[in-house]
Design a protein around this ligand. Structure first.
Ligand code: GDP
Length: 308
C-alpha cells in the first residue's frame, strides 16, 4: 500500500477499525474513506455500491461487523447472522465491482471447530462442529472467507482473510450484557472497588482458556499482511499463549487493586473449553505480537478510567 493510497476502513469507530486507523495514521497514511453507521448503513447494498463507485478506494479493511460476547451471540443469533452476511457481502462484491486493489477481511477465531486440536491451525477450518453459542456469527464469517477465496479464484482479486484471536483494548464494548469477558471484568472490578463490594461475579467455571491480543497489535498485523502477504489461505493473528478465565480475573483484580473475592456463577455458559491459535504461519511471515497481556490490560484500564 503506497502512502498516498486511498484506504477505506469499514467500521472505523469500532475496536478493530479505530485501531487500524490509528496505526495507519502513525505509519504516514493520510487518505481515508470513513463513514459512521449513521452516515451509511452497510446492510443496504445500493448504498454500499454507491459509496464504492463514487469514492473508488484503492484498499479496503473490512472491520465492520456486529460483534459481541457469549451472551449477546446466544440472545441475538438472527441479528448476528443477518447483519454480518449483509455487510460483508455488500462490501466484498462492491469492492470487486469498483476495482479495489486489495481487501483485508477480518474473521474470528470462532470460525474453528469447538473441539479443534490446540493450538488451532488454519487447516482446522471446517474440520468439525462449531461451538453452538456463536454458530450463526461463525457461519457468517466462514461465508466471508469463502467469498474472498471464490472472488480470488474467479475474478483474480487480491482479498486476504485474517483470523484474530480474542481482542481487547481502547474503544472496546464495556456493556456487561453484550461485551466479551476482558472488558466486562475490567468494568466489574473497577465498579466493585468503587462500591466497596465484597465480591465480583465471574461467569462460568473459570476453567475455559482464552488467548487475548491487544487490538493495536492486531492493527499492526493487518497492515503488515496487506503489505507482505497475498493469497487465499487464511492467516491466524494471535500471541500464541492463553490463560484461564480465573487467571485473567486475577490479573485484572491485581491491576485494579481490588481486595474482595472472586465468585463463579456456573449457571452461565463456559463456551468453548479452549481457544488458542497456532500463529506459526504469521510468525514465519515476519510478524509477532508485541504487547504483553498485563501491559495491554493496564492501558485498557487507564483508557476506561479516562473515557467511561
Ligand atoms: P467467547 O470467547 O466467545 O466464549 O466469549 P466471551 O469473551 O464472552 O467469554 C469467554 C469466557 O469468559 C466464557 O467462558 C464466559 O463464560 C467467561 N466469562 C466470565 N465472566 C464473564 C463476563 O462477565 N462476561 C463475559 N462475556 N464472559 C465472561
Amino acid at each position: 500500500m503506497e502512502k498516498s493510497a486511498k484506504i477505506y476502513i469499514a467500521g472505523h469507530t469500532g475496536l478493530v477499525g479505530s485501531a487500524i486507523l490509528r496505526s495507519l495514521k502513525a505509519q504516514g497514511y493520510s487518505r481515508f474513506l470513513l463513514r459512521t453507521i449513521d452516515e451509511l448503513d452497510l446492510t443496504k447494498q445500493s448504498l454500499v455500491e454507491g459509496l464504492m463507485q463514487d469514492e473508488k478506494p484503492d484498499f479496503v479493511f473490512l472491520a465492520a461487523a456486529k460483534v459481541g460476547g457469549i451472551h449477546a451471540n446466544d440472545t441475538y443469533p438472527a441479528e448476528f447472522i443477518y447483519i454480518n452476511l449483509q455487510i460483508q457481502t455488500n462490501i466484498i462484491h462492491s469492492a470487486y465491482k469498483s476495482g479495489v486493489k486489495k481487501l483485508c477481511f477480518l474473521g474470528s477465531s470462532c470460525i474453528y471447530p469447538k473441539f479443534a486440536a490446540q493450538p488451532i491451525n488454519e487447516e482446522s477450518l471446517l474440520d468439525g462442529k462449531l461451538e453452538p453459542t456463536n454458530e450463526p456469527y461463525a457461519i457468517a464469517k466462514i461465508a466471508g472467507i469463502k467469498m474472498c477465496q471464490a472472488y480470488n479464484r474467479q475474478y483474480r482479486t487480491d482479498y486476504i482473510s485474517v483470523m484474530p484471536t480474542n481482542l481487547y483494548g481502547l474503544y472496546d464494548n464495556f456493556d456487561l450484557k453484550s461485551s466479551h469477558v476482558l472488558p466486562a471484568l475490567i468494568r466489574k472490578f473497577i465498579e466493585a472497588r468503587k462500591d466497596e463490594a465484597p465480591s465480583v461475579t465471574v461467569w462460568g467455571t473459570g476453567k475455559p482458556r482464552r488467548e487475548f491480543l491487544f487490538v493495536d497489535d492486531l492493527a499492526d498485523a493487518c497492515i503488515f499482511l496487506m503489505n507482505n502477504y497475498s493469497g487465499s489461505e487464511i492467516v491466524n493473528i494471535g500471541v500464541g499463549k492463553d490463560v484461564s478465565i480465573l487467571e485473567l480475573a486475577n490479573i485484572i483484580k491485581e491491576e485494579v487493586e481490588y481486595k474482595g473475592e472472586i465468585i463463579f456463577d456456573s449457571t452461565k455458559p463456559d463456551g468453548t473449553p479452549q481457544k488458542l491459535l497456532d500463529v506459526s504461519k504469521i510468525n514465519k511471515l515476519g510478524w509477532t505480537a508485541k504487547t504483553p497481556l498485563r501491559e495491554g490490560i493496564r492501558k485498557t484500564i487507564q483508557w476506561y478510567l479516562e473515557n467511561k
